[in-house]
Design a protein around this ligand. Sequence first.
Ligand SMILES: Cc1cc2nc3c(=O)[nH]c(=O)nc-3n(C[C@H](O)[C@H](O)[C@H](O)COP(=O)(O)OP(=O)(O)OC[C@H]3O[C@@H](n4cnc5c(N)ncnc54)[C@H](O)[C@@H]3O)c2cc1C
Length: 508
Amino acid sequence: MKTDYDVTVVGLGPAGTLTSLLLSDSSVNVIGIDKEKDIYNLPRAVTIDDEGLRILQRLNLEHIYLDNATTIEGAHFLDDKFNKLSGIDIPSGHLTSNGWVPTMMFHQPYTDSLLREELLKSTCSVKLETELVDLIPKGNHYIAKTQNLTNGVEKCFSTQYVVGADGASSKVRNIMKFDQEDLDYDKNWLVVDVKLNVENTLPRFAAQICDPKRICTYIPSHLPFRRWEFILLEGESKDDMLDKNKIQELISPWLKPEEYDIIRAAVYRFHSLMAKNFRKDNCFLIGDAAHQSPPFMGQGMMSGYRDALNLSWKLISVIKDSFPLTVLGSFEEERKPHSRFVVDGSAAIGKLMTAYADAVERNQSSDVPQELIDRGYGSFTLPPLKNGILYKGKSDRASMAGSIFPQPLRMEGMECSERLDALLGKGFCIVSKKEVDLKTEQKDFYQKIRSKFVVLEEGILNNSPSVKEVMKKNDVYILRPDRHIFGSTSDKITFDDLTEDLKQRLNF
Ligand SMILES: Cc1cc2nc3c(=O)[nH]c(=O)nc-3n(C[C@H](O)[C@H](O)[C@H](O)COP(=O)(O)OP(=O)(O)OC[C@H]3O[C@@H](n4cnc5c(N)ncnc54)[C@H](O)[C@@H]3O)c2cc1C
């Protein structure tokens, strides 16, 4: 049956908006609905990483963050006297293999409103002040029941797929009865954002202050903004913490009251929660609807962006390029363990702060278990995908299956003059040092899955250290549309092996 829409995205926060933009960029018939008229006008997420910028670059929208963000100098754990306990420094100008700086601090109301403008210009049908009230499964599609919140009028439409991007208290999750699991971090924190009235003299590194009297976080947000987060102590109520005098007292080690205006103060429950499943039939959960973590790792929104890209390329492949439906099963298989790493890692940073504070109180700051320190900044790297559409279904160090292929760059001296992801295209891509000989049936298969073949010239290899390094290891790489490596050739793995396995994984 032909439905009114191919995909309905419920919730147009950052995760839903990116999904809608990626789908409409590939001419998918998509509708995005949000119960609010405008974007949420207060900052929540403040950090975007190199992978996020690379995802936005795909839509030529990285400028939205670059124009409204500032780099930082590092992230440290400090004691009560602000002495460094551990952490990382980020050298100025450092580019990762994704071709961007490791992390930037942005102001979410600015970036969300620019993303909304882009969405309104796109082919996505956008319905604001429209709440999802029910979802009725009908065979292999859904009837979505919505209510216009300005006039109360209810409407129904049919849709093949539903993406629940409707945040922490997701209606889609509730209607479709997705269970959640609690992952053992659940504490109340006061979050305060201020606008500086004076020139900034505060540090340009993020700090987790492990003060036994009260642990807190300092974030060098995009200027002129700054953020602090303070844990609530036993017996303290929300009202106690939201009192202006209390907030001024808490911020007094850094600023005098006349030096700033409070733009937002709220008590949040920082918790670690995950949906037990990210997919039921043709309904998917992404972003905060699927997983919520304390903000210590600064990866909450990024996890939502990874969901958006992972799910979009699979929906596009099924809807536009007639890939078998089984491809969609890999969304949960790939994204659940990865987002769990972020949720667990964020909670571990919270636990490390408490452990440092206890040790500081005992004057034994070197007395913190190494396994906890190993979960702090500087020690973790985001893992590759573990299982899914990967050679033999698994990540593998030697073939780099599951890792992200570096972005080719053009460098002028130490400066990057051009980022060359566009060379790789937006679909499957076979990257090699010399032309790959294809058999006739391989040609047909690669045409069917709309692959691009790219021979990397010497000039690009020499200019692009990360790509050169990777191409030294293996000769031919098969990249998925999200630039994750499916697999690569080696002494033991031929291009024919890779191709046969890819056919199996995609069910062709
Ligand atoms: C204090 C704090 C600090 C944070 N710091 C960071 C950080 O430093 N870095 C980071 O990456 N992340 C951070 N996060 C997390 C980040 O803000 C979220 O991960 C991100 O905003 C979630 O995006 P989302 O699109 O999934 O959901 P949301 O932004 O919550 O959007 C959900 C949308 O769904 C709409 N909606 C809800 N129900 C319905 C319905 N029934 N019908 C229609 N529409 C509906 C809502 O109106 C909303 O627009 C922080 C969060 C908090 C609270």
